[in-house]
Design a protein around this ligand. Sequence first.
Ligand SMILES: Nc1ncnc2c1ncn2[C@@H]1O[C@H](COP(=O)(O)OP(=O)(O)OP(=O)(O)O)[C@@H](O)[C@H]1O
Ligand SMILES: [Mg+2]
Length: 380
Amino acid sequence: MCPILALDRHTISSIHSGQVITSIESIVKELLENSLDAKANNIDIRLVDDGLDTVEIRDDGSGITKTDCCNMARRHHTSKLTTFSDLDNISTYGFRGEALSSICELAEEVYITTKTEQDKVATCYKLDRKGGIKSENTAGTMYRSGTMVSIHRPFVNLPVRRQVAEKARTISIKRIQELAIKYGLSHPFLRLSLHQLHSTLGQLRKQPTWVKPSTSSLLEGVRIIYDSTLASMVEECSLEESFDQQLEPDVTSSPQPIRLHCLLPSKLSDPSYIFKGDRVFIYVNKRPINYAKSDLKEMVAMVRRRYKRTLDLDDDVRKVPFMYIDVQTGFGDYDVNIEPDKSVVMLLHKDRILTLFEDLLDRIYGSFFSQNRQNEVLEK
Ligand SMILES: Nc1ncnc2c1ncn2[C@@H]1O[C@H](COP(=O)(O)OP(=O)(O)OP(=O)(O)O)[C@@H](O)[C@H]1O
Ligand SMILES: [Mg+2]
């Protein structure tokens, strides 16, 4: 065996970047989250050749101040967290200061154009592979404030990753559309668009743009993104823990009650519509969660069971009904630092959440026990 030696910084950072940014979809996700953290109301995503040529995201958020620009893409530099204990109160999607630096490491070229309300003009920065500034120029007009991040030829120095991304074009676009829907639904006021362009013989050919306009409610978002039939078949319901339910001995929990905000299929819905496609939206404080890998997968099974029981459907219907569930809980009461993409959560009060959810399901579908009794009587 070779002697044990320290890796050089460049190798460490390249290996690490490949873990944070794994696909075109993960680039879009990180940039979308940055725009939302900057309180954007308008976000435009532009993909040239399915993102393999360019991924560009433009927002009307706060912009980045001139003094912060030299650090914006430096590894472990963030405006969202200062000490480890702040993690208990973090309300932003990002906090590690890793996304932009990883993207710089893995792409051929990265440009950030930004303007705060105080700036007279926008500035466009070309970044180097370490996230430092290579050059800067004044740029054309933007929103009153905002940021545009342009990434050219991602994964150019990771041949396997690039080839996989090329092969996975179709699925990757589908996932990006799903991402846009996930964030679009949980942010009704947000106007979000997805533009796709393809270069053929030096010309850019445009595909129809997907747009989610700003809406006044979650239900209106469902109507616009899907259709009014689906919107008419779902019921919106919110429920907050009572003071008694919050008491839990032996746990130093945040005093914030748990609240659920859901959109679930109504009793009178048409199952053929409700079971169409994969439309399961689970969030913790509006952060989309990979429910299959998280503590929350039980909630999905609960809805499925209750809905099928209410409509007296066959138990072997394996599909999952439409559902939107946002668990709102204290920022210190869950851990999203399990996987590099922060899509898996570990919850401190899983049991309390499930109990509250059972109550919410009772409101929509009637009490589980009375439902059981009814079924027993019918069976006799
Ligand atoms: N669209 C944007 N608008 C305003 N500021 C931005 C934008 N994108 C990035 N920033 C600034 O650049 C910093 C670095 O962004 P980056 O995504 O690398 O890290 P982060 O969001 O802090 O943490 P994470 O790595 O978990 O995403 C942010 O903390 C933020 O201050
Ligand atoms: Mg970020």
